[in-house]
Ligand binder design. Structure first.
Ligand code: INI
Length: 155
């Protein structure tokens, strides 16, 4: 059986990062985690580009525009949606998830999902460098692996 899997080598690769400013105290930690993971795996910091958008709702469009430039091997989406008293959470988180998936499939560019969806602020903190790790770093690692896995597919 032939097994195709991606290495974790990010050298020579270019990544776009789309970051929501909403809940910036969480998303800035996700950016730190993502950049640290990319650079530790060989990406050059000066080859990274970050697009800031107002909130998670706006992430898919910015990811699509970045992916369509053809300049990036993958796009990493970072945001934080925290459940409130109204159904707003469901709309924002749902569309961010659906939209990023759609962008990946329609452009063929790997888009990783580093959008924390949490019931409480504490859960979000835990996932932004706290006891549950850093979802920005996880999303960066997923992007690296996908770029290399897709590069290994037969043409
Ligand atoms: N955007 C987020 O990124 N996180 C949230 O928790 C959030 N909440 O709770 O409202 C949020 N709302 C803003 C939304 O993403 C858009 O920026 C806004 O609706 C304007 O289009």
């Amino acid at each position: 059986m032939t097994i195709i899997s991606g290495t974790m080598d990010a050298s020579g690769r270019r990544f776009g990062v789309v970051t929501a400013r909403f809940n910036d105290f969480i998303t800035s930690r996700l950016v730190e985690g993502a950049v640290d993971a990319l650079v530790r795996h060989g990406a050059k910091a000066d080859q990274l580009v970050q697009v800031l958008v107002p909130g998670a709702w706006e992430i898919p469009l910015a990811a699509k525009k970045l992916a369509e430039t053809g300049k990036y091997d993958a796009v990493i989406c970072l945001g934080c949606v925290i459940r409130g008293q109204t159904p707003h959470f469901e709309y924002v988180a749902g569309e961010a998830a659906k939209g990023t998936a759609q962008v990946s499939l329609s452009t063929g560019v790997p888009i990783s999902f580093g959008i924390v969806t949490a019931d409480t602020l504490e859960q979000a903190i835990d996932r932004a460098g706290g006891k549950a790790g850093n979802k920005g770093a996880d999303a960066a690692l997923a992007a690296i692996e996908m770029v290399n896995a897709l590069a290994g597919l037969p043409r």
